[in-house]
Design a protein around this ligand. Structure first.
Ligand SMILES: C[S@@+](CC[C@H](N)C(=O)[O-])C[C@H]1O[C@@H](n2cnc3c(N)ncnc32)[C@H](O)[C@@H]1O
Length: 321
C-alpha cells in the first residue's frame, strides 16, 4: 500500500468552493454528491467539515465502494453509497427521493487504488493483464480493444483520447503483432510502443506508452461519453445556490467541463435585445477564473496531483433552457 493512496487532491480548495452551499441553514439537511467516491478521501473530509450534510457517494468500481464503505462507516446513515456510473445521477437521486442537491463533486480519472493494484492493468510500469475496466463486472477490457478493433478505429482512439502524434506508426505495429499472437499483457504493448517510435518521439515527456494507455483506458470505460452526459445532468440536479466542483486530469476532460460551465454562464439571448428577459439569463456563475492548479507544495507531496485542474460553478437560476 503506497503512502500517497489516501491523499485527496486539492482537498481544502474543493471544500472551500462547496462550503457556502453546504453551510447554509436552509435546507436543514444539505445533500452533497461525491460522484467519484474512490477511497472516500474527499467524502470523509466533506462529512467531517460539514456536520449537517448528507452525502451520496457513487462509484462504478465495487472494490472502491467496499473500501470507502469501511472508511465512512463511522458516519452511519449520513453516507449513502451507490454502485453506479455517474451519468446515472438523476436516476439515483430519483430512487432516493432527493429532488435537488446542494453540492456535487467530481474527482475524475483513476484512483490510486486502481493504479496500485497491478492486476487491474492500468499501470504501464508493471506487467499485468490488459484490462483497465473500472467496473470489472461489465464491458470489454483493453486487450479485446487492441485485438479486435479495426486499425482505423485504433488510430482515431489514440489520436483523440491520447493526443498521440505517432498513432499510425503505433497502430501498424499493433496490427502486425496481433496477427502473430493476440495481446494479453501490458509489458508486450509497452515494449512494442517503445520499439515503434522514432528516437526523437521517445525523448519527449515520460514513458512513451503513457498516451496509448490513457487512450485505451478512456475507450474501455467510455469516459468522455459518460462525462459529456454527466456534467450537464449534475448541473441540472443542483438547487439554486448549489455548487459544483470538478477536478480533471487531462485536457480532454477539462475542455468538456469548461464548455458546459461556460455555456451555463452565458446568456442565450439573441443579440441586440435591449433588455435580456429572465428565460435567457445564465443559469450558472463561474467560481474559478479558468482552471485552478495545485500548489507546488502539494505536487511535491503528491505527484498524482500534478495534472489536476479544478473548476467550480454555482447554480444561480432555476429556469430550463
Ligand atoms: C480519482 S478517484 C477518486 C478519489 C477520491 N476523491 C478520494 O479522495 O479517494 C476516481 C474514482 O471515480 C471512479 N469513476 C471513474 N469514472 C466513473 C464513472 N463514470 N462513474 C462512476 N465512478 C467513476 C473510479 O472508479 C475511481 O474510484
Amino acid at each position: 500500500m503506497s503512502q500517497t493512496r489516501h491523499v485527496p487532491v486539492m482537498l481544502q480548495r474543493c471544500l472551500d468552493l462547496l462550503a457556502p452551499a453546504l453551510e447554509a441553514p436552509d435546507p436543514q439537511v444539505p445533500v452533497v454528491v461525491d460522484c467519484t467516491l474512490g477511497l472516500g478521501g474527499h467524502s470523509e473530509a466533506l462529512l467531517s467539515a460539514f456536520p449537517s450534510v448528507r452525502l451520496i457517494g457513487l462509484d462504478r468500481d465495487k472494490e472502491a465502494l467496499r473500501l470507502s464503505g469501511e472508511r465512512l462507516a463511522p458516519y452511519g446513515d449520513r453516507a449513502t453509497l451507490v454502485h453506479a456510473v455517474y451519468d446515472e445521477l438523476p436516476e439515483v437521486l430519483d430512487r432516493l427521493g432527493i429532488p435537488k442537491v446542494q453540492g456535487v463533486l467530481f474527482d475524475l480519472g483513476v484512483s490510486s487504488m486502481q493504479l496500485d493494484e497491478a492486476d487491474r492493468g492500468f499501470a504501464y510500469a508493471q506487467d499485468a493483464p490488459l484490462d483497465m475496466r473500472m467496473d470489472q463486472t461489465t464491458g470489454i477490457g483493453a486487450a479485446e480493444v487492441l485485438n479486435t478493433y479495426p486499425p482505423g478505429e485504433l488510430v482515431r482512439i489514440l489520436r483523440a483520447y491520447g493526443e498521440e502524434k505517432q498513432a499510425k506508426r503505433i497502430v501498424s505495429a499493433i496490427v502486425r503483432e496481433r496477427e502473430k499472437e493476440p495481446f494479453s499483457n501490458s509489458a508486450r504493448l509497452v515494449a512494442l510502443i517503445r520499439d515503434s517510435l522514432p528516437q526523437a518521439a521517445k525523448r519527449t515527456g515520460g514513458n512513451p506508452a503513457k498516451r496509448t494507455f490513457q487512450a485505451l483506458r478512456i475507450e474501455v470505460n467510455g469516459e468522455l461519453t459518460v462525462l459529456e452526459r454527466a456534467i450537464p445532468a449534475a448541473v441540472q440536479s443542483l438547487a439554486v445556490g448549489g455548487r459544483i466542483a470538478v477536478l480533471s486530469y487531462h485536457s480532454l476532460e477539462d475542455r468538456l467541463v469548461k464548455q458546459v460551465f461556460a455555456a451555463g454562464a452565458a446568456t442565450t439571448a439573441p443579440p441586440g435585445l435591449p433588455v435580456v428577459p429572465e428565460r435567457y439569463q445564465p443559469r450558472l456563475k463561474l467560481l474559478t477564473r479558468g482552471a485552478e492548479l495545485p500548489t507546488e507544495e502539494e505536487v511535491a507531496e503528491n505527484r498524482r496531483a500534478a495534472p489536476a485542474r479544478l473548476r467550480g460553478a454555482q447554480r444561480i437560476r432555476e429556469e430550463e433552457r
